[in-house]
Structures are given as C-alpha cells and as structure tokens.
Ligand binder design. Structure first.
Ligand code: ATP
Ligand code: MG
Length: 232
C-alpha cells in the first residue's frame, strides 16, 4: 500500500534520513522504533508531505507521492497525527473535529458518531475549548481529528508520549480497534514493548537508516532490540 524506497530527507546540512526502505501493506500495523533523533518523525513528515525528500520514492496505492502537497496527500487517504498532538486550543472540541473533515466532508455525521463511540469523553466535552482537555484527552482529539478525514492510512507519531499508563493502554486499544475496522496504521513509538506487541511488523531506525526489520514478534525476541530498546 505504501512503499518508501531509498528515501533521503535533510534539514539544511543535517541528513536526517539516509536512504530508508519501508513497506506498509494494507491492513497492517507497522511500527517504527528507534532512539531520539533516529529520524522517525522525519519519516512520517516526509510521507505526509510536510517535508520534501532530497531523493528517493514514496509510492501510495501505486501512485508516486513524494514531494506532493500535504492537502493532496490527505485527499489520497493518508492522515497524520503529529508529535505533540497539535490541536487548536481555542477552538472547541467539535470545531477541532470539523477541521479534520475539511478535505473530505462526506458522511460527516456518521464519522462524528464513530469518533464519539471510540472516545465518549470527546462527546461530553464537545463544546469545551480543546486546550482545556487533559493531555490524554487532547491526544484522543488529535486522533479523532485525523480520523475525520476518513483515512485509509493513519500515521501516528508517539501517541502515548507523556500519558499515564491507563491512558496509554486506552490509546493502544483504540489503535487496535481502528485497525480491526480496516484502518492501516504506521506508528512511531518510544514505548517499544507495547508497540512491538501490537504491530504486525516493525522497523528499527538508527541515525537515519533502517537497522533491523521483522515481525513484531521477531523483534521482541531479538537480542539487540532487547538490550537497546526494551531495557533488558
Ligand atoms: N527542524 C530541524 N532542523 C534541523 N535538524 C532537525 C530538525 N528536525 C529534526 N532535526 C534533526 O533530524 C534528525 C532526526 O530527527 P527526528 O525528529 O526525525 O527524530 P525522531 O526519531 O523523531 O526523534 P524523537 O524520538 O526524539 O522524536 C535529528 O538529528 C534532529 O536533530
Ligand atoms: Mg520524533
């Protein structure tokens, strides 16, 4: 469904991605793990069109998309939840969700009902400014907003960051639910153990390159991964 081939992206002189190859098949949850600065966010932002790659290819459903504008990429069915859950703090919860639907307003009421069933708290708080929600609730809102575009593929950048354990398991459960409903997910996570358990397949990024890849199960048992990312 999505294929990155030989993808290079830099910030001026800083080479953040040095030729990565990643594949996500339809219906999968694929996870990217790696240390701080490995290039995980850069990979997601290059897919979503926020960053333009220096070279390499990104193919989505048979179409080349590298370098395309972000709204075009959303229109093709890829929605990103950026790191740090950037919601609009002064807009209400409902207005935040409405903005998520701007590229694809079809079935608005149905999508809204679906998001409220995934996250009932957003319904209760729908008139409240987004900025007054707790961190975990803001993460739910950020995911809800991305889902309002009815994406085929969801890109999630560290959705569990800074959340209490109970919120973390809620977010992971929801990712599984979205996947069970047919959504394909590319997930970046620091919480490597939980992410590898959830993922069909995973890639380990190191200094802008793919160090290892395999099934979530394989990587959970990989010696290097256990030492470097699972604290064993
Ligand atoms: N705006 C920027 N300008 C210059 N360098 C940047 C910029 N953003 C990221 N970088 C550099 O690019 C590299 C990859 O960063 P990236 O944010 O993709 O890492 P990451 O794997 O998401 O890390 P983290 O786990 O800390 O979020 C790092 O060396 C980082 O310092
Ligand atoms: Mg990051």
């Amino acid at each position: 469904m999505l294929r990155l081939s030989g993808l290079h992206t830099s910030y001026g002189p800083v080479k953040a991605l040095k030729g990565i190859d990643i594949e996500v098949r339809e219906g999968e949850i694929v996870c990217l793990i790696g240390s701080n600065g490995a290039g995980k966010s850069t990979a997601l932002m290059t897919i979503s069109g926020v960053l333009k790659p220096d070279r390499g290819e990104i193919e989505f459903e048979g179409q080349r998309i590298e370098g395309a504008a972000p709204d075009k990429i959303v229109g093709l069915g890829i929605s990103q939840v950026p790191e740090g859950r950037r919601i609009f703090p002064r807009l209400s919860v409902l207005e935040n969700l409405e903005l998520g639907a701007f590229t694809n307003n079809a079935g608005y009421g149905k999508k809204l009902d679906h998001i409220f069933s995934l996250f009932p708290v957003l319904k209760e708080r729908s008139k409240q400014p987004g900025g007054t929600l707790s961190g975990g609730e803001q993460q739910m809102l950020a995911i809800g907003r991305a889902l309002m575009a009815a994406p085929k593929m969801l890109l999630l950048d560290e959705p569990s960051l800074g959340l209490a354990p109970i919120m973390v398991s809620k977010i992971f459960k929801t990712i599984k639910e979205i996947n069970n409903e047919g959504g394909t997910v590319l997930l970046v996570e620091q919480n490597a153990r939980a992410a590898l358990r959830l993922a069909n397949r995973a890639y380990v990024l190191e200094s802008g390159t793919v160090k290892l890849h395999g099934t979530g199960e394989d990587l959970l048992h990989n010696e290097e991964v256990r030492k470097a990312y699972l604290g064993e």
